[in-house]
Design a protein around this ligand. Sequence first.
Ligand SMILES: NC(=O)c1ccc[n+]([C@@H]2O[C@H](COP(=O)([O-])OP(=O)(O)OC[C@H]3O[C@@H](n4cnc5c(N)ncnc54)[C@H](O)[C@@H]3O)[C@@H](O)[C@H]2O)c1
Length: 270
Amino acid sequence: MGWLDGKVALVIGGGSGIGRGVVDTFVQEGASVAVLEINPQKVSSLQGLGASVKPVQGDATVYEDNERAVGQTIDAFGRLDILVVCVGVWDYFADLPNIPAGKISSAFDELFAVNVKSNLLSAKAALPELLKTEGSIVLTVSNSGFYPAGGGPLYVASKFAVRGLITELAYELAPKIRVNGVAPGGTITDLAGLKSLEQHHMSMAAVPNLPDIMRSTTPLQVVGTPEDHAWAYVYLASKERSRTVTGTIIHSDGGMGVRGVGKVAGLLQD
Ligand SMILES: NC(=O)c1ccc[n+]([C@@H]2O[C@H](COP(=O)([O-])OP(=O)(O)OC[C@H]3O[C@@H](n4cnc5c(N)ncnc54)[C@H](O)[C@@H]3O)[C@@H](O)[C@H]2O)c1
């Protein structure tokens, strides 16, 4: 028996990376899953997954696209129990001294539209259906929602803002809808850079030594995969197992919050 048997989820940004890990794990756990995804190639790759996955091409920063995705979820599967938001863009560590003054305003608007506004629009569009099922929302934070230097000020501030949405929405939507988050640590994915900072050609996989840096700076000495993080989403989405949990964020980051000062982890050799 799966932890999500008979449940219906909508995953925003489920075409690759952590969102795709969530889609695959939710299906494995018995859910039917609709996906709102902007990239047509990723939409095509989701189309091959069979009857339990319904891809919808669209932009999560546009309210009408979120509304259409909710409508197509209901048409395909008849209900909506779980909204997961996994869209995001990164700023590739662009720090304040180095962001060109002429580009900072457009970079802020681009990054906050994808990383923050999309969460609010998706939650608004899904709200009527989630109220009917007394369902739940899971948003994607990051280690950058808690600690500095996982990006520049634009990315870090956007992830603190997602924490703010979780806190406020968990209050506003209780007692009917639970609202929680997952904060993954560094994960090698397709996470895109900002067009306004000409970073769209950049890839995480090409950042030198990134997996080694991620591993060596976490107490558990691990680099998480999308599948590792996906189980936190499954737990938060499973009403039977997490019905007392709201306003919480699960850290899936190798223990960044317990990193030592003298040495990263207690049992490491000096
Ligand atoms: N990769 C990491 O190290 C890491 C760490 C912590 C948190 N995160 C967060 O995890 C989330 C997922 O990122 P990822 O690393 O899996 O990257 P990813 O690029 O593989 O996944 C994001 C998905 O969202 C889609 N998308 C982007 N903008 C969209 C839009 N406007 N409308 C619809 N779909 C859109 C992309 O095409 C992609 O399929 C993001 O919120 C990111 O900030 C990533």
